[in-house]
Design a protein around this ligand. Structure first.
Ligand code: CMC
Length: 426
């Protein structure tokens, strides 16, 4: 493909195109500043590819999402979360033996350092579970210094396994702390998701039987959240990692980014919004109008996406799963009906149609989490559990590509040089 030509101040500069395997083109401006003295200005990185990546492909216009080439619909139907985690990390689906070894490795590493309990106990019982999860993951750096060197592949591998193995228990401890219940331990005889369910909802006083429908549904949700290329939290993990910060603290930064209501925090906000509308008599038009009012500071949470300008394929799958799961669990949730009617009302409205604002992954997921007994303020923790393989895979890719430290430029708009005035003369 031809180079891109830029003319400025009577001079012409040429930039090569980088073309991806799905034929997306990007102008490689690596020599822009050294040649022309100019930089690009792109707040929110709306037009900027920060890296090449071979992990996830998504086409927002067509509503396509693929992990390592495999369509999300096929993975959702046939795969498991642990298998997807392996796929994201290693680039290929595992053989039966590789999968079994991977599962055993995770089970063997799932015990969390015992002293971390003190950290949880230092939090108020009302603490947001994302605050506890982030703090605990950051604290893991201190317990895992033996695997914190990004330049040693065996340490990177071990750190990846420990983090993947331990995040479910850390998530469950946040739940236990809020409920003032004893902290549990993982059950290495169970699969990844069942062990999480048992350590979260089980009590030492009674046997805990994992409901297979609950396990399969949670597994599905985790698969759907496992990666989404250069989203806010993943870009954060990559940029923190580019300073050679260890994997644990890089992922902690991703947890912070995910918590925001415009990103993963939206799943909690969606449910709170649906409850608000429900308790306010179910007047959908009132809230659709509010979302359109630029002075109202109210958005339809769970709607819109930076990249998808079509149905989010994950939302389609979750919406389908919602009916099935609620029926199987014999739950009649008025919020599901309300959500469907809200979607219908919004998608008939020119404001949403013209801006291509469709339901995203967070719109229906909360209704399922609620049906599984997960408290609303833990929804974003569930997102983090799902997104972890994506964060780890991106951190490893960034590290392997020897990505330079992330350090954007700016266009300075402040005061030009002026002399200091002593305080008495101001
Ligand atoms: N309700 C009402 N108006 C909206 C919404 C919404 N949910 N989303 C976007 N708009 C409007 C926005 O006001 C703007 O209008 P105008 O062109 O008149 O100024 C236009 O649509 C484009 O929006 P934007 O904010 O410039 O788009 P963005 O790409 O910067 O933001 C977004 C994407 C996801 C942050 C945004 O759509 C949003 O705030 N949605 C609600 C929060 C949400 O559901 N977030 C979860 C995202 S998916 C999962 C994840 O990433 O974690």
């Amino acid at each position: 493909m031809a180079n891109i030509t830029l003319t400025h101040d009577g001079k012409t500069f040429e930039f090569p195109l980088t073309v991806g395997s799905e034929k997306e083109g990007g102008i490689d401006i690596g020599k822009l500043r050294s040649g022309s003295g100019l930089v690009t200005l792109d707040p929110g990185f709306v037009n900027t590819a920060s890296t090449t990546s071979s992990i996830t492909f998504l086409d927002g216009e067509k509503g396509i999402l693929r992990y390592r080439g495999y369509p999300i619909e096929q993975l959702a139907e046939h795969s498991s979360f642990v298998e997807v985690a392996y796929l994201l990390l290693h680039g290929e689906l595992p053989s039966a033996a590789q999968l079994a070894t991977f599962q055993q490795t995770l089970a063997a590493n799932s015990l969390v350092p015992e002293d971390l309990k003190h950290l949880y106990r230092a939090f108020p019982r009302t603490a947001h579970p994302m605050a506890m999860l982030g703090a605990a993951v950051n604290a893991l750096s201190a317990f895992n210094e033996d695997v914190s060197d990004p330049n040693v592949p065996a340490q990177v591998e071990a750190a990846s396994h420990r983090l993947l193995a331990q995040l479910p228990l850390l998530a469950s401890w946040g739940y236990k702390h809020a409920k003032n219940q004893p902290f549990a331990y993982p059950d290495a005889s169970l699969d990844y998701v069942s062990s999480f369910l048992k350590s979260t909802f089980g009590l030492p006083t009674a046997p805990y039987a994992v409901d297979d429908e609950v396990r399969r549904t949670l597994d599905l949700l985790l698969i759907l959240h496992a990666d989404h290329e250069q989203n806010c939290s993943t870009s954060t993990v990559r940029i923190v990692g580019s300073s050679k910060a260890n994997l644990f603290t890089s992922v902690n930064a991703g947890i912070s980014a995910l918590w925001g209501p415009l990103h993963g925090g939206a799943n909690q906000e969606v449910l709170e919004m649906l409850e608000l509308i429900h308790n306010d008599g179910g007047n959908l038009q009132k809230y659709v109008d509010l979302a359109k009012d630029k002075n109202a500071n109210f958005r339809l949470m769970g709607f819109g996406h930076r990249v998808y300008k079509n149905f989010d394929p994950r939302a389609k799958i979750i919406k389908g799963a919602c009916d099935r799961v609620l029926a199987k669990l014999k739950i009649d949730d008025p919020l599901l009906d309300l959500a469907k009617r809200l979607e219908e009302t919004a998608l008939k409205d020119d404001y949403f149609v013209s801006r291509k604002l469709y339901p995203n992954v967070d719109f229906y997921s909360g209704i399922i989490y609620r049906a599984l007994g997960i408290p609303t303020n833990m929804f974003t923790v569930m997102f983090a559990l799902g997104r972890l393989p994506g964060w780890v895979s991106h951190w490893r890719e960034m590290n392997a590509l020897k990505t330079p430290i992330g350090r954007p430029r700016q266009i300075y708009t402040g005061a030009t040089e002026r002399d200091y005035v002593p305080v008495a003369k101001r």
